[in-house]
Design a binder for this molecule. Structure first.
Ligand code: URA
Length: 272
């Protein structure tokens, strides 16, 4: 049997080795430390003895709400919060205070929106990445730069559109938000759309299309066609498109994206 591979103890790593290890971890999506001391998660430990008393009983009252029965309570709490919110500033403030979504704990900051709040076109992506998390605005990294070029190709820019994400905090390592995280954040993005009140909604990528339009099928099947989106009492048109990050990985798909951009441009022209 080959000898079991083990990581060298950290104090035996050379400076260069440590830098390489860090680079490798970042590429693998491990881009933040959760604790000062390393833990070997592979060591078997006896199962923890659960105490009879609920943990929430020891928490201060303001934390109980979400720690108690997380997703359902957090979703209910989000729904009642957004019902009281009257404008985008209040919505941003409510999100800053909201502790019901675990993503907030690992993100650097809230990434609320960019663009014109009175725009007739609203674009919604999946969730912030590392650059957005650092800067605090959606779509500012490589995918965002491609999005800007895509918009420019049909004579649009950030002064003519409003941009937000389904989840406003960066999922660690840029992973896809879990269904639970998405469900908790859904009342916020739905209210954000309602407050912007666009005439056209563009869902960037499968995650946004599935969350906002309730689609089961993947984005390659649904892209480029108009769907109805119920926005309060109104119904607006919604267009799923390929996500610019996907186009960076699959440049051959830019041809399909260009077709969808022309579909969007036609609808913009028809609005007058
Ligand atoms: N991808 C997204 O879905 N949103 C961003 O803001 C950036 C990248």
């Amino acid at each position: 049997m080959p000898p079991k591979a083990t990581n060298p103890p950290l104090d035996l790593l050379t400076r260069q080795g440590a830098a390489e290890a860090l680079r490798w971890w970042v590429e693998a999506g491990v881009d933040m430390a959760l604790d000062e001391a390393p833990h070997d998660r592979f060591v078997e430990r006896p199962a923890p003895q659960l105490k009879a008393a609920p943990v929430v009983a020891t928490l201060p009252p303001t934390r109980i709400e979400h720690a108690a029965a997380a997703p359902d309570d957090a979703r209910r709490s989000a729904t009642s919060i957004v019902a009281a919110v009257k404008n985008l500033d209040e919505l941003r403030e409510a999100l800053e205070k909201f502790d019901g979504c675990g993503l907030k704990a690992t993100a650097t900051r809230l990434v609320f929106a960019d663009g014109a709040p009175d725009a007739r076109i609203m674009l919604v992506g999946e969730g912030p990445g590392a650059d957005e998390d650092r800067i605090g605005r959606p779509f500012v990294g490589r995918a965002g730069q491609l999005l800007d070029r895509m918009l420019a190709s049909i004579d649009l820019d950030r002064s003519k559109v409003y941009i937000a994400n389904v989840v406003p905090w960066r999922p660690p390592g840029n992973r896809t938000p879990t269904p639970q995280e998405t469900t908790i954040c859904l009342p916020f993005i739905r209210r954000q759309i309602e407050l912007v009140a666009p005439r056209l909604l563009v869902c960037l990528g499968g995650s946004a299309a599935q969350t906002l339009l309730g689609m089961k099928e993947g984005i390659t099947r649904t892209r480029g066609q108009w769907y109805d989106y119920a926005m309060g009492d109104a119904v607006i048109k919604a267009l799923p498109m390929l996500h610019p990050a996907y186009l960076l990985r699959q440049p051959a798909q830019k041809r399909a994206a260009w077709r969808d951009l022309r579909t969007l441009a036609r609808a913009v022209r028809e609005m007058g």
